[in-house]
Write a protein that binds this ligand. Structure first.
Ligand SMILES: Cc1cc2nc3c(=O)[nH]c(=O)nc-3n(C[C@H](O)[C@H](O)[C@H](O)COP(=O)(O)OP(=O)(O)OC[C@H]3O[C@@H](n4cnc5c(N)ncnc54)[C@H](O)[C@@H]3O)c2cc1C
Length: 110
């Protein structure tokens, strides 16, 4: 196994099956599997613009890390909106944590 720091120029395939990768250095690698990463995802937080919610420079929503509450008393934020991790498991955990605190806040209103 080798780690190469290079850019992929072309993925060469036959009948839908990956065969080779051509790198920017003109090196060719025979492969039959590839894992793709997509950098540069944009935070989709525009819906909250104009509310009391605060944002980081990159547009992520600032929340209390424990409760997932924003600066707006009735808005919680979780998942890709609040961090760079881009992981389903983290979004789900955040959601569960937010649910606990939404429940607590609802009970406080009684
Ligand atoms: C190509 C790709 C591959 C990925 N692969 C993996 C992987 O292998 N493993 C992994 O853990 N994670 C992966 N991720 C990341 C993962 O999908 C996200 O981290 C996760 O879905 C975040 O969940 P979320 O609930 O925060 O946001 P989302 O899943 O994006 O949910 C937000 C929802 O809000 C809706 N929405 C947005 N604005 C509005 C609006 N104004 N009105 C109504 N609805 C609205 C959207 O339509 C969407 O359904 C991948 C992401 C991409 C794009």
């Amino acid at each position: 196994m080798a780690y190469l720091d290079d850019s992929v120029e072309q993925m060469i395939h036959q009948n839908g099956e990956l065969q080779e990768i051509l790198l920017a250095s003109h090196r060719r690698m025979q492969v039959n599997r590839a894992f793709l990463a997509f950098p540069g995802a944009q935070v989709q937080s525009q819906l909250l613009h104009g509310t009391r919610v605060r944002f980081t420079e990159k547009g992520h929503v600032l929340v209390n890390p424990r409760t997932k509450e924003t600066d707006h008393p009735h808005i919680w934020a979780v998942g890709d909106l609040v961090n760079h991790s881009q992981q389903v498991s983290i979004a789900m955990g955040d959601g569960a944590q937010a649910a606990i605190w939404i429940h607590k806040r609802l009970k406080e209103m009684n």
